[in-house]
Design a protein around this ligand. Sequence first.
Ligand SMILES: [Cu+2]
Length: 97
Amino acid sequence: MKSTLMITALATLFSLPLQAAEPAPLSQGEVRKVDLAAQKITLRHGPIASVGMPPMTMVFEVGEPKLLEGVSGGEKVSFQVEQRGSRYVVTELNVLK
Ligand SMILES: [Cu+2]
């Protein structure tokens, strides 16, 4: 009986930090333009809850150049955005097939 309680307590302790560390859900968008040289991407995006942004078309910086590899205009993507000061940086980008 006592050990069951202990296991439950441990499970609770360990699951809380895991939930807190979960990344924000991905946002959806469509690629308008890719600028490899400037490491920028123009996306028409849906709402981005993680940074409180409504749907719009805008230019994002890209965290790593390799995120833009094989990405071209017209493709649907899911992506993650991080706000760094006044800049919005795409940190994850997946082309949706
Ligand atoms: Cu925006």
